[in-house]
Design a protein around this ligand. Structure first.
Ligand SMILES: [Fe+2]
Length: 229
């Protein structure tokens, strides 16, 4: 596979096959496995490849499991192209970057959606839709409430008024395991409760958010079923 490739799926696939790959792209020669299959013929990798490089730089060495999860979430996002059309690139970028705020050097408040969104806004000038998706991913407002940060989050990064995109990011995050494999939303929520403890901040948040998470996943599932085949 050629690692330097200017299509979205290849920017993801390069990391799946070579998790520690971090050399910046220098050519756009198109010769990778997914191209051979004719997948995702959208010439839009600048955004996704940039998201991959930024997330990889922050997560791959410091938090390799978070990085594996992030790649898995990005792959889920890439699969939603039929539903999202040209917004798929934005969703894949947000999926890639949604947990970047866990990176130790970025953990200022300790609330990763806010830390990640501030980092993308302030260090990278990322566009507003991307930043607001990251800041509010997977019902972050409810966790912000548990942490006394809801007003701060709402003021700096209002929830994007694009429910399908917001639901889609919930769907991708909440159907991907910490190792980047596919799972169900119910298994995912149970795993998070088990990992953090039911009475921890995250445990309380995820138990409150669970009905919303399941409803969002069901909405995306319904939208996928409704897609013409
Ligand atoms: Fe996540």
């Amino acid at each position: 596979m050629n690692r330097h490739c200017d299509r979205r799926a290849c920017a993801i696939q390069a990391r799946v096959l070579e998790p520690h790959y971090s050399e910046p792209p220098v050519t756009s020669s198109i010769d990778c496995y997914m191209h051979t299959l004719g997948m995702n013929p959208v010439m839009d990798t600048w955004t996704v490849d940039r998201a991959m490089r930024v997330a990889e730089a922050e997560l791959s060495a410091a938090l390799p499991r978070r990085w594996a999860h992030s790649i898995g979430v990005a792959r889920r996002a890439d699969d939603l192209e039929q539903m999202l059309g040209e917004d798929t690139t934005l969703l894949v970028a947000a999926a890639t970057l949604h947990d970047v705020g866990y990176a130790p050097r970025l953990a200022t408040t300790g609330f990763h959606p806010l830390d990640g969104a501030r980092f993308l806004r302030d260090e990278h000038g990322a566009d507003e839709r991307l930043v607001r998706l990251v800041a509010n991913h997977s019902f972050a407002l409810l966790e912000a409430e548990e942490r006394g940060l809801r007003e701060v989050l709402e003021a700096e990064f209002p929830l994007l008024e694009e429910p399908l995109l917001v639901d889609a990011l919930v769907y991708c995050d909440m159907t991907t395991t910490p190792d980047g494999e596919s799972t169900t939303a119910r298994e995912r929520v149970a795993e998070i409760v088990g990992r953090y403890g039911a009475d921890s901040v995250v445990g309380r948040f995820i138990r409150r958010a669970a009905p919303e998470i399941f409803a969002a996943v069901e909405r995306v599932d319904a939208a996928l079923v409704a897609q013409p085949r």
